[in-house]
Design a protein around this ligand. Structure first.
Ligand code: TRP
Length: 379
Protein backbone atom coordinates (compact mmCIF):
# COMPACT_ATOMS: atom_id res chain seq x y z
CA UNK A 1 0.00 0.00 0.00
CA UNK A 2 1.28 3.42 -0.86
CA UNK A 3 -1.64 5.27 0.73
CA UNK A 4 -3.35 8.04 -1.15
CA UNK A 5 -0.15 9.94 -2.00
CA UNK A 6 1.15 8.28 -5.13
CA UNK A 7 4.88 8.80 -5.41
CA UNK A 8 6.42 10.59 -8.34
CA UNK A 9 9.56 12.61 -9.01
CA UNK A 10 9.99 15.51 -11.38
CA UNK A 11 13.41 17.17 -11.65
CA UNK A 12 15.25 18.37 -14.77
CA UNK A 13 17.22 15.13 -14.76
CA UNK A 14 14.69 12.60 -13.60
CA UNK A 15 10.98 12.07 -14.18
CA UNK A 16 9.62 8.98 -12.46
CA UNK A 17 6.19 7.59 -11.63
CA UNK A 18 2.70 8.78 -12.48
CA UNK A 19 2.96 12.56 -12.46
CA UNK A 20 0.20 14.36 -10.58
CA UNK A 21 0.12 17.75 -12.31
CA UNK A 22 -2.19 19.38 -9.80
CA UNK A 23 0.23 18.58 -7.03
CA UNK A 24 3.10 19.80 -9.18
CA UNK A 25 1.39 23.17 -9.59
CA UNK A 26 1.34 23.50 -5.82
CA UNK A 27 4.82 22.12 -5.18
CA UNK A 28 6.50 24.21 -7.89
CA UNK A 29 4.37 27.29 -7.15
CA UNK A 30 3.01 27.53 -10.73
CA UNK A 31 -0.15 29.32 -11.81
CA UNK A 32 -2.72 27.13 -13.56
CA UNK A 33 -3.50 28.30 -17.09
CA UNK A 34 -7.10 29.38 -16.51
CA UNK A 35 -9.89 30.03 -18.99
CA UNK A 36 -9.55 33.82 -18.98
CA UNK A 37 -5.87 33.74 -19.80
CA UNK A 38 -6.38 31.03 -22.39
CA UNK A 39 -9.04 33.16 -24.06
CA UNK A 40 -6.88 36.23 -23.97
CA UNK A 41 -4.00 34.38 -25.58
CA UNK A 42 -6.39 32.99 -28.20
CA UNK A 43 -7.73 36.46 -28.98
CA UNK A 44 -4.26 37.97 -29.35
CA UNK A 45 -2.98 35.05 -31.42
CA UNK A 46 -6.02 35.09 -33.69
CA UNK A 47 -6.72 31.39 -33.17
CA UNK A 48 -6.03 28.55 -30.77
CA UNK A 49 -3.73 25.56 -30.63
CA UNK A 50 -4.80 22.06 -29.64
CA UNK A 51 -2.04 21.80 -27.03
CA UNK A 52 -3.57 24.82 -25.28
CA UNK A 53 -7.18 23.84 -25.89
CA UNK A 54 -6.64 20.37 -24.47
CA UNK A 55 -4.72 21.49 -21.41
CA UNK A 56 -1.42 19.90 -22.41
CA UNK A 57 0.05 23.30 -21.58
CA UNK A 58 -1.48 23.52 -18.14
CA UNK A 59 0.43 26.14 -16.17
CA UNK A 60 2.48 29.31 -16.51
CA UNK A 61 4.46 32.01 -14.78
CA UNK A 62 3.74 35.63 -15.65
CA UNK A 63 2.09 34.95 -19.01
CA UNK A 64 -0.50 37.60 -18.12
CA UNK A 65 2.32 40.09 -17.49
CA UNK A 66 3.92 39.19 -20.85
CA UNK A 67 0.63 39.77 -22.67
CA UNK A 68 0.18 43.13 -20.88
CA UNK A 69 3.57 44.16 -22.22
CA UNK A 70 2.72 42.87 -25.68
CA UNK A 71 -0.53 44.82 -25.75
CA UNK A 72 1.40 47.94 -24.86
CA UNK A 73 3.70 47.37 -27.81
CA UNK A 74 6.63 45.62 -26.08
CA UNK A 75 7.46 42.64 -28.27
CA UNK A 76 8.68 39.47 -26.59
CA UNK A 77 11.00 36.76 -27.85
CA UNK A 78 10.88 33.00 -27.39
CA UNK A 79 13.46 30.73 -25.83
CA UNK A 80 13.47 26.96 -25.50
CA UNK A 81 15.97 24.15 -25.78
CA UNK A 82 16.98 20.54 -25.86
CA UNK A 83 19.46 18.41 -23.96
CA UNK A 84 21.05 16.39 -26.77
CA UNK A 85 21.53 12.97 -25.20
CA UNK A 86 20.22 10.97 -28.16
CA UNK A 87 17.84 11.18 -31.08
CA UNK A 88 14.72 13.33 -30.79
CA UNK A 89 11.50 11.59 -29.85
CA UNK A 90 7.94 12.83 -30.26
CA UNK A 91 7.69 13.84 -26.60
CA UNK A 92 10.60 16.27 -26.99
CA UNK A 93 8.76 17.99 -29.80
CA UNK A 94 5.60 18.82 -27.84
CA UNK A 95 6.90 22.18 -26.54
CA UNK A 96 8.49 22.85 -29.95
CA UNK A 97 5.11 22.56 -31.69
CA UNK A 98 3.67 25.26 -29.49
CA UNK A 99 6.81 27.38 -29.84
CA UNK A 100 6.43 27.23 -33.62
CA UNK A 101 2.79 28.28 -33.37
CA UNK A 102 3.73 31.18 -31.07
CA UNK A 103 6.42 32.28 -33.49
CA UNK A 104 3.96 32.19 -36.39
CA UNK A 105 1.18 33.99 -34.58
CA UNK A 106 3.25 36.67 -32.88
CA UNK A 107 6.18 36.97 -35.26
CA UNK A 108 8.55 36.38 -32.34
CA UNK A 109 12.25 35.63 -32.58
CA UNK A 110 13.37 32.30 -31.13
CA UNK A 111 16.61 31.30 -29.43
CA UNK A 112 17.00 27.54 -29.23
CA UNK A 113 19.64 26.22 -26.82
CA UNK A 114 21.35 22.85 -27.33
CA UNK A 115 22.85 21.97 -23.96
CA UNK A 116 25.60 19.66 -25.18
CA UNK A 117 27.57 20.69 -22.08
CA UNK A 118 24.73 19.64 -19.76
CA UNK A 119 24.37 16.17 -21.22
CA UNK A 120 28.12 15.69 -21.11
CA UNK A 121 28.14 16.65 -17.42
CA UNK A 122 25.11 14.62 -16.37
CA UNK A 123 25.45 11.43 -18.41
CA UNK A 124 28.53 9.47 -17.40
CA UNK A 125 28.62 7.56 -20.69
CA UNK A 126 28.50 10.59 -23.00
CA UNK A 127 31.53 12.34 -24.51
CA UNK A 128 31.56 15.90 -25.83
CA UNK A 129 31.89 14.48 -29.35
CA UNK A 130 28.70 12.51 -28.90
CA UNK A 131 26.66 15.34 -27.40
CA UNK A 132 27.82 17.59 -30.27
CA UNK A 133 26.78 14.99 -32.79
CA UNK A 134 23.33 14.63 -31.18
CA UNK A 135 22.95 18.40 -30.92
CA UNK A 136 23.55 18.83 -34.65
CA UNK A 137 21.26 15.90 -35.37
CA UNK A 138 18.50 17.26 -33.09
CA UNK A 139 18.84 20.68 -34.74
CA UNK A 140 17.58 19.06 -37.96
CA UNK A 141 14.36 18.11 -36.15
CA UNK A 142 13.91 21.66 -34.92
CA UNK A 143 14.44 23.09 -38.39
CA UNK A 144 12.17 20.46 -39.96
CA UNK A 145 9.27 21.87 -37.95
CA UNK A 146 9.47 24.96 -40.13
CA UNK A 147 10.77 27.65 -37.81
CA UNK A 148 11.35 30.93 -39.63
CA UNK A 149 15.02 31.00 -40.73
CA UNK A 150 15.10 34.78 -40.37
CA UNK A 151 13.76 34.69 -36.84
CA UNK A 152 15.32 31.57 -35.35
CA UNK A 153 18.78 30.92 -33.96
CA UNK A 154 20.04 27.60 -32.63
CA UNK A 155 23.25 27.29 -30.67
CA UNK A 156 25.31 24.61 -28.99
CA UNK A 157 26.49 25.82 -25.59
CA UNK A 158 30.06 24.78 -26.33
CA UNK A 159 30.03 26.91 -29.51
CA UNK A 160 28.23 29.90 -28.09
CA UNK A 161 29.87 30.03 -24.68
CA UNK A 162 31.75 33.18 -25.65
CA UNK A 163 28.54 35.10 -25.56
CA UNK A 164 26.72 33.11 -22.87
CA UNK A 165 29.54 33.08 -20.36
CA UNK A 166 29.32 36.71 -19.37
CA UNK A 167 25.58 36.40 -18.68
CA UNK A 168 25.98 33.06 -16.92
CA UNK A 169 28.65 34.49 -14.60
CA UNK A 170 26.34 37.23 -13.41
CA UNK A 171 23.80 34.60 -12.39
CA UNK A 172 26.38 32.24 -10.95
CA UNK A 173 27.59 34.96 -8.60
CA UNK A 174 24.11 35.31 -7.12
CA UNK A 175 23.23 31.63 -6.67
CA UNK A 176 24.66 29.67 -3.77
CA UNK A 177 25.61 26.02 -3.71
CA UNK A 178 23.04 25.33 -1.01
CA UNK A 179 20.26 26.74 -3.22
CA UNK A 180 21.36 24.65 -6.19
CA UNK A 181 21.69 21.57 -4.04
CA UNK A 182 18.20 22.01 -2.59
CA UNK A 183 16.58 22.91 -5.93
CA UNK A 184 18.07 20.13 -8.02
CA UNK A 185 18.81 17.46 -5.45
CA UNK A 186 22.56 17.60 -6.06
CA UNK A 187 24.92 16.24 -3.43
CA UNK A 188 28.43 16.81 -2.11
CA UNK A 189 29.69 14.32 -4.66
CA UNK A 190 28.03 15.95 -7.69
CA UNK A 191 30.65 17.13 -10.16
CA UNK A 192 31.27 20.87 -10.09
CA UNK A 193 30.11 21.38 -13.65
CA UNK A 194 26.65 20.26 -12.62
CA UNK A 195 26.58 22.83 -9.86
CA UNK A 196 27.39 25.65 -12.28
CA UNK A 197 25.21 24.45 -15.13
CA UNK A 198 21.92 26.15 -14.20
CA UNK A 199 23.48 29.55 -14.85
CA UNK A 200 24.15 28.48 -18.47
CA UNK A 201 20.52 27.49 -18.96
CA UNK A 202 19.41 30.81 -17.43
CA UNK A 203 21.53 32.93 -19.78
CA UNK A 204 19.44 32.79 -23.00
CA UNK A 205 16.46 34.21 -21.09
CA UNK A 206 18.36 37.53 -21.07
CA UNK A 207 20.15 37.49 -24.44
CA UNK A 208 17.87 39.98 -26.14
CA UNK A 209 18.07 42.38 -23.22
CA UNK A 210 21.86 42.22 -23.34
CA UNK A 211 22.00 42.70 -27.10
CA UNK A 212 19.54 45.57 -27.31
CA UNK A 213 20.64 47.24 -24.09
CA UNK A 214 17.09 47.41 -22.83
CA UNK A 215 14.78 44.92 -21.16
CA UNK A 216 12.99 42.61 -23.60
CA UNK A 217 10.30 40.21 -22.32
CA UNK A 218 11.08 36.53 -22.84
CA UNK A 219 8.64 33.61 -23.03
CA UNK A 220 9.90 30.08 -22.43
CA UNK A 221 7.67 27.16 -23.51
CA UNK A 222 8.99 24.04 -21.81
CA UNK A 223 8.13 20.66 -20.36
CA UNK A 224 7.46 21.21 -16.67
CA UNK A 225 10.56 19.33 -15.48
CA UNK A 226 12.68 22.29 -16.65
CA UNK A 227 10.91 24.78 -14.43
CA UNK A 228 13.38 24.66 -11.49
CA UNK A 229 16.11 26.26 -13.61
CA UNK A 230 13.93 29.23 -14.29
CA UNK A 231 12.67 29.49 -10.74
CA UNK A 232 16.24 30.34 -9.82
CA UNK A 233 16.74 32.55 -12.87
CA UNK A 234 13.57 34.46 -12.01
CA UNK A 235 14.73 35.01 -8.43
CA UNK A 236 18.00 36.49 -9.59
CA UNK A 237 16.78 38.49 -12.61
CA UNK A 238 15.50 41.59 -10.78
CA UNK A 239 18.73 41.78 -8.75
CA UNK A 240 20.55 42.19 -12.06
CA UNK A 241 18.00 44.62 -13.44
CA UNK A 242 16.37 42.15 -15.87
CA UNK A 243 12.73 41.23 -16.40
CA UNK A 244 11.82 37.80 -15.10
CA UNK A 245 11.22 35.40 -18.01
CA UNK A 246 7.62 34.22 -18.45
CA UNK A 247 7.05 30.49 -18.73
CA UNK A 248 4.50 28.12 -20.26
CA UNK A 249 4.55 24.57 -18.88
CA UNK A 250 3.55 21.41 -20.70
CA UNK A 251 2.76 17.94 -19.49
CA UNK A 252 4.75 14.96 -20.72
CA UNK A 253 3.67 12.78 -23.59
CA UNK A 254 3.18 9.47 -21.77
CA UNK A 255 5.46 6.51 -22.32
CA UNK A 256 4.16 3.92 -24.76
CA UNK A 257 5.08 1.25 -22.26
CA UNK A 258 2.84 2.87 -19.64
CA UNK A 259 3.56 5.28 -16.75
CA UNK A 260 5.85 8.29 -16.60
CA UNK A 261 7.34 10.31 -19.42
CA UNK A 262 8.93 8.78 -22.49
CA UNK A 263 12.54 7.99 -22.03
CA UNK A 264 15.32 8.30 -24.57
CA UNK A 265 17.06 5.39 -22.94
CA UNK A 266 14.13 2.99 -23.23
CA UNK A 267 13.71 2.61 -26.98
CA UNK A 268 10.33 0.87 -26.89
CA UNK A 269 8.75 3.59 -24.76
CA UNK A 270 9.07 6.34 -27.34
CA UNK A 271 8.91 6.97 -31.06
CA UNK A 272 12.02 8.65 -32.39
CA UNK A 273 11.97 10.94 -35.41
CA UNK A 274 14.45 8.61 -37.07
CA UNK A 275 12.38 5.44 -36.58
CA UNK A 276 11.47 3.32 -39.59
CA UNK A 277 7.86 2.35 -40.38
CA UNK A 278 8.64 -1.14 -39.04
CA UNK A 279 9.85 0.27 -35.73
CA UNK A 280 6.79 2.50 -35.45
CA UNK A 281 4.53 -0.47 -36.10
CA UNK A 282 6.29 -2.63 -33.54
CA UNK A 283 6.30 0.05 -30.84
CA UNK A 284 2.66 1.02 -31.20
CA UNK A 285 1.58 -2.54 -31.56
CA UNK A 286 3.35 -3.43 -28.28
CA UNK A 287 2.12 -0.33 -26.44
CA UNK A 288 0.35 -0.40 -23.12
CA UNK A 289 -3.30 0.73 -23.50
CA UNK A 290 -6.35 1.46 -21.43
CA UNK A 291 -7.96 -1.67 -22.86
CA UNK A 292 -9.31 -4.75 -21.10
CA UNK A 293 -7.61 -8.15 -20.99
CA UNK A 294 -10.17 -9.73 -23.37
CA UNK A 295 -12.23 -8.47 -26.29
CA UNK A 296 -15.44 -9.68 -24.67
CA UNK A 297 -14.68 -7.74 -21.52
CA UNK A 298 -13.80 -4.62 -23.49
CA UNK A 299 -17.00 -4.81 -25.54
CA UNK A 300 -18.93 -5.07 -22.30
CA UNK A 301 -17.13 -2.56 -20.06
CA UNK A 302 -15.27 -0.30 -22.50
CA UNK A 303 -11.68 0.92 -22.34
CA UNK A 304 -10.08 3.74 -20.37
CA UNK A 305 -8.67 6.46 -22.66
CA UNK A 306 -7.45 8.55 -19.71
CA UNK A 307 -4.70 6.12 -18.81
CA UNK A 308 -3.98 5.12 -22.42
CA UNK A 309 -0.79 6.39 -24.10
CA UNK A 310 -2.26 5.58 -27.53
CA UNK A 311 -5.16 7.93 -26.85
CA UNK A 312 -2.74 10.59 -25.57
CA UNK A 313 -0.77 10.38 -28.83
CA UNK A 314 -3.94 11.38 -30.64
CA UNK A 315 -4.78 14.14 -28.16
CA UNK A 316 -1.27 15.65 -28.06
CA UNK A 317 -0.27 15.35 -31.71
CA UNK A 318 -2.18 13.19 -34.12
CA UNK A 319 -5.78 14.39 -34.01
CA UNK A 320 -6.42 18.02 -34.93
CA UNK A 321 -10.19 17.77 -34.88
CA UNK A 322 -11.76 18.08 -31.41
CA UNK A 323 -14.97 16.42 -32.51
CA UNK A 324 -13.13 13.40 -33.91
CA UNK A 325 -11.10 13.15 -30.70
CA UNK A 326 -14.26 13.29 -28.62
CA UNK A 327 -15.83 10.65 -30.81
CA UNK A 328 -12.79 8.38 -30.40
CA UNK A 329 -12.96 8.81 -26.65
CA UNK A 330 -16.66 7.96 -26.56
CA UNK A 331 -16.23 4.92 -28.78
CA UNK A 332 -13.40 3.70 -26.53
CA UNK A 333 -15.41 4.20 -23.35
CA UNK A 334 -18.41 2.38 -24.77
CA UNK A 335 -16.45 -0.64 -25.95
CA UNK A 336 -17.24 0.07 -29.59
CA UNK A 337 -13.63 0.91 -30.47
CA UNK A 338 -11.12 -1.84 -29.75
CA UNK A 339 -7.41 -1.24 -29.19
CA UNK A 340 -6.37 -3.00 -32.39
CA UNK A 341 -8.28 -0.61 -34.61
CA UNK A 342 -7.17 2.40 -32.59
CA UNK A 343 -3.53 1.31 -32.83
CA UNK A 344 -3.72 0.59 -36.56
CA UNK A 345 -5.04 4.07 -37.20
CA UNK A 346 -2.31 5.63 -35.06
CA UNK A 347 0.38 3.61 -36.85
CA UNK A 348 -0.83 5.12 -40.14
CA UNK A 349 -0.80 8.65 -38.83
CA UNK A 350 2.58 8.39 -37.15
CA UNK A 351 4.10 6.75 -40.22
CA UNK A 352 2.78 9.49 -42.52
CA UNK A 353 3.97 12.20 -40.17
CA UNK A 354 7.46 10.69 -39.92
CA UNK A 355 7.77 10.16 -43.65
CA UNK A 356 7.17 13.85 -44.20
CA UNK A 357 9.28 14.87 -41.19
CA UNK A 358 12.22 12.73 -42.31
CA UNK A 359 12.11 14.34 -45.74
CA UNK A 360 12.16 17.83 -44.19
CA UNK A 361 14.90 16.70 -41.83
CA UNK A 362 17.12 15.76 -44.78
CA UNK A 363 16.44 19.08 -46.47
CA UNK A 364 17.34 20.86 -43.23
CA UNK A 365 20.97 19.71 -43.68
CA UNK A 366 21.37 22.28 -46.44
CA UNK A 367 20.23 25.20 -44.31
CA UNK A 368 21.38 24.27 -40.81
CA UNK A 369 24.32 26.68 -41.01
CA UNK A 370 21.99 29.61 -41.43
CA UNK A 371 20.44 28.78 -38.05
CA UNK A 372 23.58 28.17 -35.99
CA UNK A 373 25.17 30.82 -33.79
CA UNK A 374 28.83 30.61 -32.82
CA UNK A 375 31.37 32.61 -30.84
CA UNK A 376 29.84 35.99 -30.14
CA UNK A 377 27.45 36.19 -33.10
CA UNK A 378 23.94 37.49 -32.62
CA UNK A 379 20.98 37.71 -34.97
N1 TRP B 1 17.87 21.19 -20.16
C1 TRP B 1 16.95 20.95 -21.23
C2 TRP B 1 16.88 19.44 -21.51
O1 TRP B 1 17.56 18.66 -20.92
C3 TRP B 1 17.32 21.70 -22.49
C4 TRP B 1 17.05 23.18 -22.39
C5 TRP B 1 17.96 24.19 -22.37
C6 TRP B 1 15.77 23.77 -22.29
N2 TRP B 1 17.35 25.39 -22.29
C7 TRP B 1 16.02 25.19 -22.24
C8 TRP B 1 14.47 23.28 -22.29
C9 TRP B 1 14.95 26.07 -22.16
C10 TRP B 1 13.41 24.18 -22.19
C11 TRP B 1 13.68 25.57 -22.12
O2 TRP B 1 16.09 19.01 -22.33
Amino acid sequence: MTGNREEFTVTPWEVRGEVNYERLVVEFGLTPLNKDLYERLTRLAGDTHKLLRRGVFFAHRDLDWLLDKYERGEMFYLYTGRGPSGHTHLGHMVPWFLTKWLQDRFGAKLYFQMTDDEKFLFKPELTLEKTRKYALDNALDVIALGFDPDKTKIFLDTDYIGFLYKIALQFAKKITFSTVRATFGLTESSNIGQIFFTSIQAAPAFIESIITGKNVPCLIPLAVDQDPHFRLARDVAPKLGFYKPAILHSKFLPSLSGGGKMSSSEAMSAIFTTDSPEEVRKKIWNAFTGGRPTIAEQREKGGNPDICPVFHYYAFIFEEDDRALGERRKRCLSGDLLCGECKEDLIKRVTNFLKEHQRKRERARDIVDKFLLRGEQTF
